[in-house]
Write a protein that binds this ligand. Structure first.
Ligand code: SF4
Ligand code: SF4
Length: 330
């Protein structure tokens, strides 16, 4: 059953059981809301160890659906992909030009199942401040589209299962891609959301040309909208970087409030705010996460984003290009 506007729960009041597990420090404080100094990010959620303040709330979330066979099955597939063994780095290195490796690696990534791929140089500022800098000069970032009708059931469990399915696909592809590079004698390590443990994926995806950051705090891709998940590999393979893809997503968000209005706990800031030295879109974790945990999933903001609806993004890209041209002529 697709989620209709009338089904969107408004004026959400957080469940007291979850609030009792909430730490004294807020997610916004951890994230650096209002901080004018730039700095490395700090983790709020999605860590497998207890190095986060919100660990009790995360464990509560994982235990909620332990008896649901459909959810257990979707988690099992993801665990199986996480358990794919890492190949040894071959002692003999295959050498090619950066252009040749770039072409071959992108083609291999799509063959392994990704729906899009981009490359950028990895930046130190994407590493959580409590973790060492990872090895790998380049980030190869991949996109994996959801089945939109399934995502559009959010916040039903069907949407959660679809998200898990795509994280599993993302994990499977990044693991096999990293192994393919390692078997050619070069370093590569796979990273898959949401528990990447040490690195932020979204800023790397923006730098790698996969899209723009949307008001809902997720990416907007020029074809997939917000209807996808990410994974990446870090590698020392010689590669050529892509450029950022600025097609009007951010500009569109300046005049759109669809996700902010649809979010039951009103977690999505309607304006950009200062976060660790950058003015950017911001989602209030202390509103989003209690709803997400209480409801066992969410993703409403991704499903309602106009860019996510199949067949719409192409037209919006053209519309935004026309607007840009008209502005330049003024
Ligand atoms: S995922 Fe979070 S931000 Fe998005 S609609 Fe749900 S509660 Fe709001
Ligand atoms: S729903 Fe509108 S404001 Fe929100 S991310 Fe999508 S385009 Fe931007």
């Amino acid at each position: 059953m697709a989620r209709g506007k009338s089904a969107v729960q408004k004026a959400y009041t957080p469940n007291q059981q979850i609030l009792d597990l909430w730490p004294d420090i807020t997610g916004s404080q951890i994230n650096g809301l209002g901080e004018t100094e730039s700095g490395r990010p700090r983790p709020v959620f999605w860590r497998t160890d207890d190095s986060i303040s919100h660990s009790a709330a995360l464990q509560y979330f994982y235990k909620r659906d332990v008896d649901n066979p459909r959810i257990a099955e979707s988690r099992k597939y993801r665990q199986e992909t996480a358990a794919i063994p890492v190949s040894d780095i071959a002692p003999t290195t295959i050498d090619k030009s950066a252009a040749a490796w770039t072409e071959e690696l992108k083609s291999k990534t799509l063959e392994l199942g990704a729906d899009d791929v981009g490359i950028c140089e990895y930046r130190e500022e994407w590493t959580f401040e409590d973790r060492p800098l990872p090895q790998g000069k380049f980030a190869v970032v991949m996109a994996f589209a959801h089945n939109y009708p399934e995502l559009n059931t959010a916040p039903d469990e069907r949407a959660y299962i679809e998200v898990m399915r795509q994280y599993a696909r993302a994990g499977d592809t990044s693991k096999h891609l990293a192994n393919w590079v390692r078997e050619a004698g070069h370093f590569a390590a796979a990273k898959t959301g949401p528990n990447t443990e040490d690195v932020l994926m979204i800023p790397a995806a923006v730098a790698a040309g996969l899209g723009e950051l949307g008001k809902h705090g997720s990416m907007i891709h020029r074809k997939l909208g917000a209807n996808f998940r990410l994974s990446m590999i870090l590698t020392d393979l010689p590669l050529l970087s892509d450029s950022e893809d600025v097609f009007g997503g951010d500009d569109f968000c300046m005049r759109c409030q669809v996700c902010s209005s649809a979010c039951p706990p009103e977690a999505i800031s309607r304006e950009k705010v200062m976060v660790r030295g950058n003015t950017k879109w911001f989602v209030d974790f202390d509103k989003c996460l209690p709803y997400f945990i209480d409801n066992k999933t969410c993703g409403i903001c991704l499903a309602v984003c106009p860019w996510s609806r199949p067949g719409v993004a192409d037209n919006l890209v053209v519309k935004m290009a026309r607007k840009r041209e008209a502005r330049l002529k003024e």
